[in-house]
Ligand binder design. Structure first.
Ligand code: HSE
Length: 437
C-alpha cells in the first residue's frame, strides 16, 4: 500500500566515489527501492563543482552553493557525502535548521562534532543517519541499534579501516612495499584524502568513536581513543608473529571493564585460527560480544563506491519509511541513547589491559635472557612464550609473548629492559588479543 504518492526529494552533496555511487545505485535500483519504501525518491539537486559526464544528471539541478541547496523547499533529505569537517559541519547544521533529514558518511565529522549535530537534530525533530560512516557496506550501526537491541554489549573489536588491512595483507602475502600498496589503495578509491588518516589509525579511531557511542550509549569522545597506526610494523615482526601462530591486524577495540571503558586502536597479534585473523585485503569485520547472544561477527567490504553507497541508500530508505509512517513527519529513532552510562570514564592507555608481543634485540651475552625474564617476573608479568631467533647482524632478536597485563606495568618493565647495556634499538611492542570467546 502506498502511503503517500509525493516523491521524497534528495540533495546529494558531493559527487566523488561515494556520491556518484549512491546516485547510480538510486537510479539503477529505483524500482526495487520503491517497492521497499512505497514512495518514489527523486534527486532534485547535486552539490558539486565536479563534472561527472559518466553520471546521468538530466533534470537534476547542479550547483556548488551548498548552503543555498540545503535551504531549498524541494529538498526533504540532504545526503552529505563530500567528507571533511568544513564546510560539511556548517552545511549539515543549516540543513537541520531548515528541517531537512540528513544522511552522512562523514565519520570524521561525526566523531569530532557528532554530539552537537545530534543535539541540533533532536531539537529540530529530524534524523542524522550515518550507517555509511563505519565499515562501509557492513550494516553494523543497524546491527547494534536494532538487531542487538536486547543485549548489553560487552565489547567489540573490528578491522575497520580497509586501506590498512589491504596494506598489511599485501605486505604479508606478497612481501610488497608499504608505499606501493598504499598507492594502489588510493587508485582504487579506498584511501582517505589524507592517507595518514588510514595509516596512523585516525580513520579507525573516528569509526571506533561512533561504534562505542552506539554500543555503550556514551557521547562521542574521539579525543580519548588511544591510537597507534601501522607505519612501524615491519616484515620482520610479521614473520616472527606467524612463526608463533599469530597474524598482525590493525584493530579498533571498545570494551567495558570494571572501572570504565577502553577505547583503543592499534596493531594487534591475533591467533591465526580466529576468524577475524583471516579477514584480508580491503575487507572489514566487526566482532561484537553481547551478553545474551554471545559473539557475532559481521564481515564485508569496508570501502569503495558500491559498498558505501549501499549503506547510504539503506539510510535513505529508512528515513523515507520513517517520514512516511509518522504523523508529524519527524524521525522516530533517537539520535544517541544517552543511557545512565555517561559518567563511565574512558580509560587512559596506562590503565588498559592487553597481552603483548615483545621483540628485544640483544647482544649475544650470557645472562641477558635471565635479566629480561627477571625484570618481567618482578613486575608480575607472566610470559606465555619465548623464542630466540637466529642472529641478525651482531644481535639476537628475542621474541616474547606475555599474558594480559596493565600497560603501566609493562611501561615500567620495558623501561628497565631498555636500559640494559646489552639491548640495542627500541624494543618492539605489539599488543596481542585472543578474541574467540
Ligand atoms: N579510507 C577508509 C578505509 C574508507 O580504507 O577504510 C572507508 O571508510
Amino acid at each position: 500500500m502506498e502511503c503517500d504518492v509525493k516523491p521524497v526529494r534528495l540533495a546529494i552533496l558531493g559527487l566523488g566515489t561515494v556520491g556518484g555511487g549512491a546516485l547510480k545505485l538510486l537510479q539503477e535500483n529505483a524500482a526495487e527501492i520503491k517497492r521497499r519504501t512505497g514512495r518514489e525518491i527523486q534527486i532534485t539537486h547535486v552539490g558539486t563543482r565536479r563534472s561527472r559526464p559518466d553520471l546521468e544528471l538530466e533534470g537534476i539541478q547542479q550547483s556548488d552553493d551548498l548552503m543555498h541547496i540545503v535551504r531549498q523547499p524541494d529538498v526533504d533529505v540532504v545526503v552529505e557525502v563530500m567528507g571533511g569537517i568544513h564546510p560539511a559541519y556548517e552545511v549539515i547544521m543549516e540543513a537541520i535548521k531548515h528541517g531537512k533529514q540528513v544522511v552522512t558518511a562523514n565519520k570524521a565529522l561525526l566523531a569530532e562534532h557528532g554530539n552537537e549535530l545530534f543535539k541540533a537534530a533532536e531539537d529540530n525533530a529530524v534524523q542524522v543517519a550515518y550507517e555509511a560512516a563505519v565499515a562501509g557496506g557492513i550494516p553494523i550501526i543497524k546491527v547494534i541499534r536494532e538487531g542487538l537491541a536486547a543485549n548489553r554489549i560487552e565489547w567489540l573489536a573490528g578491522i575497520i579501516n580497509g586501506t590498512g588491512n589491504f596494506i598489511l595483507t599485501e605486505m604479508r602475502d606478497k612481501g610488497r612495499a608499504f608505499t606501493d600498496v598504499l598507492k594502489e589503495a588510493q587508485e582504487l578509491g579506498y584511501a582517505e584524502a589524507d592517507p595518514t588518516f588510514d595509516v596512523e589509525g585516525i580513520d579507525a579511531a573516528h569509526k571506533l568513536t561512533i561504534l562505542a557511542s552506539c554500543a555503550f550509549g556514551i557521547p562521542l569522545q574521539f579525543d580519548k581513543v588511544y591510537t597507534e597506526g601501522i607505519s612501524k610494523i615491519t616484515a620482520q615482526d610479521v614473520k616472527y608473529a606467524e612463526e608463533l601462530g599469530f597474524r598482525i591486524k590493525h584493530l579498533g577495540i571498545a570494551r567495558r571493564v570494571e572501572n570504565g571503558i577502553e577505547l583503543r586502536v592499534h596493531p594487534t597479534l591475533i591467533p591465526e585460527e580466529e576468524l577475524i585473523a583471516n579477514v584480508n585485503g580491503v575487507k572489514n569485520a566487526v566482532l561484537v560480544q553481547a551478553h545474551a547472544v554471545g559473539p557475532t561477527l559481521y564481515y564485508g567490504a569496508g570501502a569503495g563506491a558500491g559498498p558505501t553507497a549501499s549503506a547510504v541508500v539503506a539510510d535513505i530508505v529508512d528515513i523515507v519509511r520513517d517520514i512516511s509512517y509518522t504523523e508529524d513527519g519527524a524521525g522516530t529513532i533517537p539520535q544517541l541513547a544517552f543511557e545512565a552510562l555517561t559518567d563511565v570514564p574512558i580509560l587512559k592507555r596506562e590503565e588498559m589491559t592487553t597481552g603483548y608481543y615483545l621483540r628485544v634485540d640483544a647482544e649475544d651475552q650470557t645472562g641477558v635472557l635471565a635479566d629480561i625474564t627477571t625484570i618481567l617476573s618482578r613486575a608480575g608479568i607472566s610470559i606465555d612464550a619465548i623464542m630466540q631467533q637466529s642472529r641478525l647482524k651482531d644481535l639476537i632478536p628475542i621474541v616474547i609473548l606475555t599474558d594480559p597485563v596493565v600497560e603501566s606495568k609493562m611501561d615500567e618493565a620495558l623501561a628497565k629492559i631498555q636500559a640494559l647495556p646489552a639491548i640495542h634499538g627500541e624494543i618492539v611492542r605489539i599488543r596481542l588479543e585472543s578474541l574467540d570467546s
